[in-house]
Design a protein around this ligand. Structure first.
Ligand code: NAP
Length: 297
């Protein structure tokens, strides 16, 4: 079993979690819709992640919909006290697998209850308010109404901590003026670094930054430099991409997604990969310009 302790820990709300976590989105069927081909395999991935020390799992009831939460419950319920499950609200799925905004107060409260029921818990550890924006990029606009709508279920004890997802730095500031924010979950990885300044400003305030698409998401990262560095370190490009995030800032918590046990083991092992200053400088060049064919969507 891989030891992920070398990756260290960081606070997620009032809980210390290991910085290497797991993102459950890939466990649903194709296009994150319906059941996976191999539900038993999905359960095995979840159980091995937790057995390896993962104590932070990212999910949403709109993955499937209801499918990843059902798999998490089947694999891990009753949950160990140390496990922090982070979910998100703000969208619903159409019958055609489309992703549709659901940010009205009643829709958000209903999503909280869906997550409680399908995860089988009385309180959700962390609920991220997922703002729609432009697909996987944020766009400006007030988040006051939807964030305030989550205050009531929080006061009722249904939510322990609130987080934000797919938000701009301005929206983060607005969010912090309305509620305590435990984490921000945005698109960020070795080649997609729009949030560099936000990562640092959250670090200065002790707030976790959780990059989604840490490996490039639906289009896994490709870069000649990354492959070259990985070969030199006798690691895989994905391990180097994850190790780079762990080196990037102490408040970064990882939630790489996979439906494969082999990929899970490979990803967890990235916690032991040390990157020297010269390697970090080489990797920094990937985002700095079109030096090679770096890509991520
Ligand atoms: N807040 C948001 O709007 C938002 C958006 C997207 C995702 N998320 C969250 O972020 C988590 C991570 O994002 P993600 O899962 O979309 O993307 P990701 O972690 O960047 O990449 C996952 C993709 O990489 C593949 N992969 C994983 N490990 C690999 C390895 N070692 N070698 C080769 N390929 C590998 C996976 O395929 P295999 O299954 O074949 O391994 C999958 O196709 C999600 O699970 C979800 O919880 C949040």
């Amino acid at each position: 079993m891989t030891d992920i302790n070398a990756g260290g820990t960081f606070m997620l709300g009032d809980r210390s979690v290991r910085r290497m976590g797991y993102g459950a989105m890939q466990l649903a069927g194709p296009r994150v819709f319906g059941l996976p081909k191999d539900p038993a395999g999905a359960v095995a991935v979840l159980r091995e992640a937790v057995a390896s020390g993962v104590d932070h799992i990212d999910t949403s009831d709109f993955y499937g919909p209801h499918v990843t939460n059902g798999l998490i419950r089947a694999a891990l319920h009753p949950y160990h006290d140390d496990l922090v499950i982070v979910t998100k609200v703000g969208a619903v799925r159409g019958a055609d697998a489309s992703w549709n905004p659901a940010l009205q107060p009643a829709e958000l409260v209903s999503a909280v209850h869906d997550n409680l029921r399908n995860l089988g818990v009385d309180t959700l550890d962390v609920v991220n308010l997922r703002i729609t924006g432009a697909v996987h990029a944020p766009s400006e606009g007030s988040i006051e109404e939807p964030l305030s709508a989550l205050a009531e279920p929080q006061q009722q004890g249904l939510i322990r901590h609130l987080g934000l997802s797919n938000v701009t730095p301005t929206q983060v500031e607005q969010g912090l003026s309305i509620a305590a924010i435990a984490c921000v979950q945005n698109h960020y990885n070795l080649v997609h670094r729009d949030d560099d300044a936000l990562v640092d400003s959250l670090d200065a305030r002790g707030i976790a930054y959780v990059p989604f698409f840490p490996l490039g998401g639906f289009t896994p990262l490709q870069s000649a430099t990354l492959s070259r560095v990985a070969a030199r370190l006798e690691a895989t490009p994905m391990q180097v991409a994850l190790a780079w995030l762990l080196h990037r800032a102490p408040n970064i918590l990882l939630i790489p997604g996979t439906s494969s046990l082999a990929h899970l083991r490979e990803n967890l092992a990235a916690t032991s990969l040390h990157l020297s200053d010269s390697v970090l400088a080489d990797l920094d060049h990937i985002a700095a310009g079109p030096l090679d064919a770096a890509s991520s969507h």
